[in-house]
Design a protein around this ligand. Structure first.
Ligand code: BG6
Length: 481
């Protein structure tokens, strides 16, 4: 818990992200006592609205008792909202930022407690197009003269290598790397954070986590709804920029990287960069992209849009551990399920005397959501008189194992990390650059319409070709998959 004066300014306060994620995450930290008593929260945006109207907008998303989300304690919500004020202002002129700074400074100085430390956190819940101007103004008018200033920025960080590098340079000229927190909320998910411990603290995994034992890896993101309401944003970016280049690549890093020298944020991110540098250029023959039928009925999407809402592709990591193992990264909207999982399939058992091949291979699955779980598919004797092999599961479902534990929201963890000054779960500039280097050539080809966009039905598994890609790259499908 930090002490002193903390000001959190949410820029883009009237938007969806702020309402659904940022304010509720700050609220959760507040109710658990992670924020200092001297707390000021300002919502800033262009929209004309009063503080009361902002309160009304966000209060529906605040859940005071997370064990029972229907039960809200009005008192605690009321207390929290009393710390939240709204300011309307433009993004591109000085005036609003001068007012913002005055308000924050007044709060910091109101108790004439000049020895106490002050902290300022600016959360950019903004459209990327205004990042440069907002950053410039915050730098010019709103820096903390007596303590730290930190800025949380949200993806998209550009649209390709060049635009991302341009944005990085602009931000880099205004803030130091220590002040910038590039958020990828997947890094705040329980199972994603578990990867590091699971892989490197278990004797089980260390000797088998390599090309000699692993045949195939899949990192899969599925949503069972389309782009409703977000078509305008999504259509400009598409599924690779929205999900794969950031969220799934971060997961891939943690699945594939070498053991870091220590748990310091720099050592961890060094290893992520290294493994990304080993990713080979993407082979177009092993790319499937698709668009769900009806996507262009969205009025915010152009009728002629060739934006993929589905993509599956094989990445190859050219190093000693992974040479020859396909890493399929797959993401899609409007599919048959809502889930995110990592599926590691092992090679066949040599000298098969039980006819295991028929049953399916060993698999280790981490389900990120819904219902966090890790399970292993393994072959066991069917209980009974016969000596019969069957496939079963060693299952660690979190809702059974940790019944009483409320798993924190990703944003909640990451905002707390920012307040604590821990950058371990944030994306470093070089990491971002390498991730763009991998995808930019493919994205340019897709944007130019050079890769066939396959239609698929809403509620389906996506284009059939994606299952074929799995099979071609050596995935052996077992029952129920
Ligand atoms: C966001 C994407 O970053 O992640 C959305 O922009 C997507 O398109 C969302 O729906 C998924 O997040 P989660 O935490 O629900 O898996």
């Amino acid at each position: 818990v930090i002490t002193g004066y903390l000001s959190i300014v949410v820029l883009g306060a009237s938007g969806d992200l702020a309402k659904k994620k940022t304010f509720p995450a700050i609220f959760n930290l507040y109710t658990q006592g992670f924020l200092p008593d001297e707390l000021k929260i300002i919502g800033y945006s262009r929209s004309k609205m009063t503080t009361e109207e902002l309160h009304t907008t966000i209060r529906g998303y605040l859940k005071a008792d997370r064990q029972d989300p229907t039960k809200k304690s009005e008192d605690v919500i009321h207390q929290f909202l009393s710390k939240v004020t709204y300011m309307q202002g433009a993004y591109d002129t000085d005036e609003g930022y001068i007012r913002m700074n005055e308000e924050v400074s007044r709060f910091e100085l109101e108790k004439d407690d000049k020895d106490s430390s002050t902290h300022r956190l600016y959360y950019f819940a903004l459209p990327p197009s205004v990042y440069p101007e907002v950053s410039e103004k915050v730098r010019k008018h709103c820096m903390n003269p007596r303590g730290w200033t930190r800025v949380i920025v949200e993806k998209p960080f550009g649209k390709d290598l060049e635009s991302s590098e341009a944005l990085s340079s602009e931000l880099g000229a205004l803030f130091t790397e220590e002040q910038l927190y590039r958020i990828d909320h997947y890094l705040g998910k329980e199972m994603v954070q578990n990867l590091l411990i699971m892989r490197f603290a278990n004797r089980f995994f260390q000797p088998i986590w390599n090309r000699d034992n692993i045949a195939h890896v899949q990192i899969v993101f599925k949503e069972d709804f389309g782009t409703e309401g977000r078509g305008g944003y999504f259509d400009e970016y598409g599924i690779i920029r929205d999900i794969i280049q950031n969220h799934l690549v971060q997961v891939l890093c943690l699945v594939a990287m070498e053991k870091p020298v220590s748990l310091s944020p720099e050592h961890i991110r060094d290893e992520k960069v290294k493994v990304l540098q080993c990713v080979e250029p993407i082979n177009e023959e092993q790319v499937v992209i698709g668009q769900y039928e009806g996507y262009t009925d969205d009025p915010t999407v152009a009728k002629s849009s060739n934006t993929p809402t589905f993509a599956s592709l094989a990445l190859r990591i050219n190093n000693e551990r992974w040479d020859g193992v396909p890493f399929i990264v797959k993401a899609g909207k409007a599919l048959d399920a809502k889930k995110v999982e990592i599926r590691v399939q092992f090679r066949d058992t040599p000298g098969d005397i039980f006819n295991c091949k028929k049953l399916g291979r060993n698999e280790f699955v981490m389900r990120l959501q819904p219902k966090e779980a890790m399970y292993m598919k393994l072959t066991v004797k069917e209980p009974g008189l016969d000596m019969k092999a069957i496939q079963s599961e060693l299952d660690m479902s979190y809702n059974q194992r940790y019944e009483e534990v409320v798993i924190p929201e990703a944003y909640e963890r990451l905002i707390l990390d920012t307040i604590r000054g821990d950058q371990q779960h944030f994306v470093r500039r070089d990491e971002l650059r390498v991730a763009w280097e991998i995808f930019t050539p493919l994205l340019h080809r897709i944007d130019a319409g050079k890769i066939p966009l396959l239609p698929y039905k809403q509620g389906s598994r996506g284009p059939r070709e994606a299952d074929e890609l799995n099979a071609q790259t050596g995935y052996v499908r077992s029952e129920g998959y």
